[in-house]
Ligand binder design. Structure first.
Ligand code: GRF
Length: 192
């Protein structure tokens, strides 16, 4: 199964998915990185792994539709079947959603529907919750609103800093994302 990773930042989830593939735990192939931030660390990581990438600066396009048309062309050229958002800090528009219905997933560092949007870890700490976690969901036009696929809880200990909770959550993300992707693509990887 051919997947594209969409990321804007560090790319630790990209690396975790790549590791799972190398280890034989995930029957997929990352064929393309899409990144909306030319200076992002994930771009250098992809380059090091000789992964093809489409890196663009949204400011050089008139609107979202214009850059999403370019993205769709790239996705078609690389025969991408699934889109995996891993820290892609941008809402997906109809141009992409219509082409990849129920084929775009996202990971979010909270137990949705609690704490959608930016800084979910900080929001959870501020709210004083005793349990937060990780959610993987289908992507729709909203902000972290699509149908939930998988969740895992992470306990919030008293006095925990944001960095500590973030580290725990990322550890969970790096296992949950590859295993969930494997579950999703399983039906199509069993080709008789
Ligand atoms: C993750 O915490 C994910 O939940 C959120 O963005 C972060 C991306 O981290 N959507 P990384 O770039 O994969 O390290």
């Amino acid at each position: 199964t051919r997947i594209a990773i969409f990321a804007s930042g560090t790319g630790s989830n990209y690396e975790a998915i790549d590791r799972a593939i190398q280890a034989g735990d995930l029957d997929a192939e990352i064929v393309l990185l899409v990144c909306d931030s030319p200076g992002a660390k994930v771009v250098a990581k992809a380059k090091k792994n000789q992964l093809a990438s489409f890196v663009f600066d949204p400011k050089t396009y008139p609107n979202k539709q214009a850059f999403e048309i370019d993205i769709v062309h790239k996705l078609k050229a690389y025969q991408v079947e699934w889109i995996v958002l891993a820290g892609y800090m941008r809402l997906i528009g109809p141009t992409l959603l219509n082409q990849y219905q129920r084929r775009i997933i996202n990971i979010h560092p909270s137990l949705l529907p609690a704490f959608p949007g930016l800084d979910a870890v900080g929001q959870a700490l501020d709210a004083g919750v005793k349990v937060s976690g990780v959610t993987i969901h289908y992507v729709d036009s909203g902000m972290d609103t699509g149908e939930i696929i998988a969740q895992e809880a992470v306990p919030v200990k008293p006095g925990m800093t944001k960095a500590e909770l973030q580290t725990l959550i990322q550890k969970v993300e790096h296992k949950l994302y590859p295993s969930t992707i494997q579950q999703l693509i399983l039906p199509e990887s069993i080709r008789l």
